[in-house]
Design a protein around this ligand. Sequence first.
Ligand SMILES: [Zn+2]
Length: 441
Amino acid sequence: MLIHNATILTMNDRWEIQENSAIYVEGDLIRDMGQSGELLQKYKEPAPLDARGRVVMPGFINAHMHLYSTFARGIALKDTPPVTFNEILERLWWRLDKALDNDAVRMSAFIPLIQAIRCGTTSLIDHHASPRAITGSLDIIAELFESIGLRGALCYEVSDRDGAKAATAGITENVRFLERCTRERPSFLRGMFGLHASFTLSDGTLAQCLEAAAPYGAGFHVHCAEAISDVEHARAHFGKGVVERFATAGILGHNTIAAHCVHVTEKEIGILGETKTNVVHNPRSNMNNAVGCAPALKMMRAGVRVGLGTDGMSACMTDELKTALLLHKHESRDPRAGWTECPEMLFRTNPKIASEIFGANIGVIEAGAKADLIILDYFPPTPMTPQNLAGHILFGLADAPVMTTIVGGKILMKDCILTEIDEEEVSRRACEVAKEVWKRF
Ligand SMILES: [Zn+2]
């Protein structure tokens, strides 16, 4: 595939912009780049894809997602609305995930994956829970990723909240899927080891998870100090903060994702940096649950790797990026805050996290990188340079429609039309399944 007549945002170390340029894709990799005219001469077959001067950039990466959250949309909660974070979990999420059967796991994931194609998110790191349909649930989601053609790192959320049997089943599901990924080496899929959060995990269960994950060298994907109640629980029961507890248990490290880290001490920020743990910031979810603002910029200044996720709010990373910037300006009462840090989360750290997980060069346009590319309907109305690119992204590109989405060299959407999915039909089927889920809920 030759994409020509493009304004390429490489998102490389220099944030290089290449005008009137072309990208030659062979298999699932970017093989060559250069001036449009030159590459049109060099590669005559097949028919080139004309970007018509539009922006081509790497597909976005969502570093913390819950695909199963779809059926919460418009759900009715009885009585008064939940107030505390634990009430939100107990009265909404832990009832919703128990209402999921295999059909619901599949259809609830299908919808946000379609949205991901539409908004240019090409890799998703998911955290799944369906306590009444644990065994094989990751295969159902994996099958969707493979048939649609998106990259996914999957895990099952181990928790003691539903008793020992469910915790064991969760561990087994993670192991089963990690085993499968080790055996089959699917190019679009990877496994991680999912853990819910400190306050629903006993020391015994944590130890079992550590032992089970070890043979696969799998990183953990865990919620960490999301609400102050998680910290209070850890201090009351284990005599330390959540990060300290996880560090002692041995689950932090360069391949672990600690989502949120809203309530962390200076000492714990130090631990996150020393262990090279990936913190994933989810500003929209934190604002939605009113749990506080994570000290993301402070963590970055202390050398912690901080990426960006949506925590199931949607699949859209540009919405998350804009929110991150506004939140940190607002929180710090400083209009200068976040300008470099927020784009760095999405365009530096997320590619690092994904590249490590998938063992490939992801999130950059250069020869040898995976051909995960999006074409945006954006023609800069002011000069666009590497120095002011953040301004264009936050106030222009973020609102520009994604026209075309390509993952691993395969076109999933062209000129806003999904190439292989009947979105209307999928939504109609999802709605039928949602009615049954809501009855059980
Ligand atoms: Zn989450």
